[in-house]
Ligand binder design. Structure first.
Ligand SMILES: Nc1ncnc2c1ncn2[C@@H]1O[C@H](COP(=O)(O)OP(=O)(O)O)[C@@H](O)[C@H]1O
Ligand SMILES: [Mg+2]
Length: 346
């Protein structure tokens, strides 16, 4: 994979070319002070400055000491999120133009590994502080910011990147209708169900029509129009059978190969046309893979990024009863300790 391929997959490179075939989006340049804030992995402040009482702090310290610090506004200095008034106004205007709810991304990635931290457990955002919470909690966002050219084979200096906040109109996408297409020399060589952790019955039944609608979309709107001949294309097939473009990704290790392996994809060997052996109609088409019922359904690949729900409820104060239980427990412990001390003294 070459650095150039990564550069070409940035949202602002492909969006103007394929606007008509994808979800409406707006791109905002990110000021340097906001990038610095995103990269600063100190204290994470969840809420905006207007409401100090609901602030939550998660301290990412490496020590074994208590990780959660219960702060009391009177006794400790609460760390407030830096404010970016001008940027905030631009973001809010863009969110309004897009209908009030957006899906946020950086040049390449969405914070898919951080959805668990949001109160709604979703990537749906309505304000800059919603976006900050997700971005600051996401390793995928950090990857975009710190090592976008990881796995690139050329040793030319890294191209300069202008960081951009991508806001996409929120759309409820059905995971079973998302597919990833691997394109080599401007030909689709493989198609995989995107959410491979689940078995979707309709895919096996409609394999031929899904494959032909995706290939038709590719031929009519994508082929020879993207600045590279090798790339990975994510698409969505809506309930009326219309195909939409979701994203472009580099053809290489940084992109998840889903139900294929990169070895298969790069060697081109062992890629049989159709998963259904009897189906001969697809013999000349790309390999098409989906999760069948015989395969054990797998856990979500982002699970390892999470912390226990109970802990999260505590830190966000979402479940007041858990917090009360926790405080009672603490109080009980303290009383026990002090009575132990008294016993020792006597
Ligand atoms: N506009 C949107 N509204 C709601 N969900 C979306 C939107 N765009 C993408 N998604 C969901 O988020 C997932 C990741 O989006 P994608 O743009 O491919 O990010 P990444 O490149 O980081 O994986 C998609 O598979 C889709 O399920
Ligand atoms: Mg992508």
């Amino acid at each position: 994979m070459k650095k150039e391929q990564v550069v070409n997959c940035q949202f602002s490179v492909w969006y103007p070319l394929f606007k008509k075939h994808t979800i409406k989006s707006l791109i905002l340049p990110i000021p340097q002070n906001v990038i610095d804030y995103l990269l600063d992995d100190g204290t994470l402040v969840v809420s905006g400055s207007e409401n100090n009482s609901s602030q939550t702090q998660i301290n990412h310290s490496d020590s074994d000491e208590e990780d959660v610090q219960w702060t009391d506004d009177e006794t400790t200095t609460a760390v407030t999120a830096p404010e970016f008034p001008e940027f905030n106004i631009k973001v809010q205007e863009a969110i309004n133009v897009l209908g009030g709810c957006v899906f946020p991304k950086l040049n390449w990635s969405a914070p898919r590994d951080a959805n668990w931290i949001a109160l709604n457990s979703s990537l749906q955002c309505q304000s800059l502080s919603d976006i900050f919470l997700l971005f600051k909690s996401s390793d995928f966002i950090t990857h975009d910011l710190t090592q976008p050219f990881l796995h690139c084979s050329d040793d030319s200096p890294d191209p300069t990147i202008n960081y951009e906040l991508v806001l996409r109109k929120w759309s409820e996408l059905i995971p079973g209708a998302e597919f990833r297409c691997f394109v080599k020399e401007n030909k689709v060589i493989a198609i995989s169900q995107r959410d491979y952790t689940q078995h979707y019955q309709h895919i096996a039944k409609q394999e031929a029509s899904i494959s032909s609608s995706i290939l038709g979309f590719f031929r009519d709107h994508i082929q020879y129009r993207f600045p590279d001949e090798d790339f990975v294309l994510d698409v969505y097939r809506d309930s009326s059978g219309r195909v939409w473009l979701i994203d472009f990704n580099p053809f290489g290790e940084v992109t998840d190969s889903l139900l294929f392996t990169w070895e298969e994809l790069t060697s081109g060997k062992h890629l049989t046309a159709s998963q259904t052996q009897e189906d001969t109609t697809l013999q000349d088409g790309p390999a098409f893979r989906y999760t069948t019922s015989e395969v054990t359904v797998q856990p979500s690949p982002c699970l390892s990024y999470r912390i226990p729900r109970d802990f999260l409820d505590l830190t966000t104060g979402e479940d007041a009863y858990k917090l009360i239980d926790f405080l009672k427990l603490k109080k009980g412990q303290q009383e026990e300790e002090s009575s132990d001390e008294e016993e020792d003294e006597s």
